[in-house]
Ligand binder design. Structure first.
Ligand code: CAA
Length: 282
């Protein structure tokens, strides 16, 4: 059985652990505190229940999936004998660079080190390790058990063989991998975030209200969520951080975040996770 480690047990980390375990991989789920790990296991169990209720997963498969996940509070213990690590920690450059230094030190020499980053340069992350050819982006979408895409990001030094292995592993998770190169925002967020920003600018300029903007995009373009609801779902702080990466990295004023987005983040209105964004959540 292939052994993988997932770093970070938040929304993305627990979703990634869920899909690997469900597809027969043994998973070491790693976070700094045990209470976060316990909460993640509860979330995974609840999300597996959705599949059981729907009839796409048996009770026995649910039990087996949970049985394939072990939790660890230390990177050194958790990655000792893995073939792949997928890092899904908080989106903070310094934190990620430190995690990759630790992974490089403790994971077996031949292990692939992947990051689920939504916008930090894979080349920059790879450069702090002694194995840049084995560092790659594996960008899953939220909710991970539902969304079919894995955006596979090749850093400057990522080898063909490692890219092929990660594409193949993604297919083993019943996902569709798509290979892209390492430039700011990759492809998913380079295209998604300007759309979200434009929706916020339309609201800011009084072109239409929140529900009107979302209805146009939902019913007019068959998007499952309107851009403002999606921004709340992703987190307005995350949207702002990604827009700043695009703005700085590509040097084009068209990526400048809308002042309304900046204000909302400063006011602590971060979307679903804070209870209020463009909509209220109770
Ligand atoms: N785990 C397992 N199953 C889940 C789930 C989870 N976390 N969340 C939802 N589901 C399942 C539900 O059980 C349901 O299954 P069935 O239809 O088969 O019964 C299905 O997904 C749909 O869920 P709901 O009925 O609860 O609600 P919905 O129809 O409104 O769908 C949604 C919810 C899938 C989130 C849908 O609204 C959607 O696709 N939204 C857009 C999501 C999106 O764009 N994600 C990308 C965000 S960007 C990103 O992640 C990357 C980045 O870098 C910022």
């Amino acid at each position: 059985m292939m052994h993988v480690a997932v770093i970070g047990s938040g929304t993305m980390g627990n979703g990634i652990a869920h899909v690997f375990a469900q597809h027969g991989f043994s998973v070491a789920l790693i976070d700094i505190n045990q209470s976060a790990l316990d909460k993640a296991l509860q979330t995974i169990s609840k999300n597996l229940d959705r599949q059981v209720t729907k009839g796409t997963l048996s009770e026995a498969d649910k039990t087996a999936t949970l049985g394939r996940i072990q939790t660890h509070t230390s990177i050194a213990d958790g990655v000792r004998d893995v073939q792949l690590v997928v890092e899904a920690a908080t989106e903070n450059v310094d934190l990620k660079l430190q995690i990759f230094r630790d992974l490089d030190q403790h994971a077996p020499q031949e292990a692939i080190l992947a990051s689920n980053t939504s916008s930090i340069s894979i080349t920059k992350i790879a450069a702090v390790t002694k194995r840049p050819a084995q560092v790659i982006g594996m960008h899953f979408m939220n909710p991970v058990p539902v969304m079919k895409l894995v955006e596979v990001i090749r850093g400057y030094a990522t080898s063909d063989a490692v890219t092929e292995q990660v594409m193949d592993l993604s297919r083993q998770l019943s996902k569709t991998p798509t290979e892209v190169n390492d430039y700011p925002g990759f492809v998913a967020n380079r295209i998604l975030m300007p759309m979200i920003n434009e929706a916020i600018i339309s609201l800011f300029e009084g072109v239409a209200g929140v529900e009107e903007i979302d209805t146009v995009m939902k019913l007019g373009m068959a998007h499952p969520m309107g851009p403002l609801q999606l921004a709340d779902f992703i987190g307005l702080d995350v949207c702002l951080a990604i827009l700043r990466v695009l703005h700085e990295g590509l040097g084009n004023p068209k990526y400048a975040p809308c002042p309304l987005l900046v204000n909302m983040v400063m006011a602590g209105r971060l979307g679903v996770k804070s209870g209020e964004g463009f909509y209220k959540y109770t």
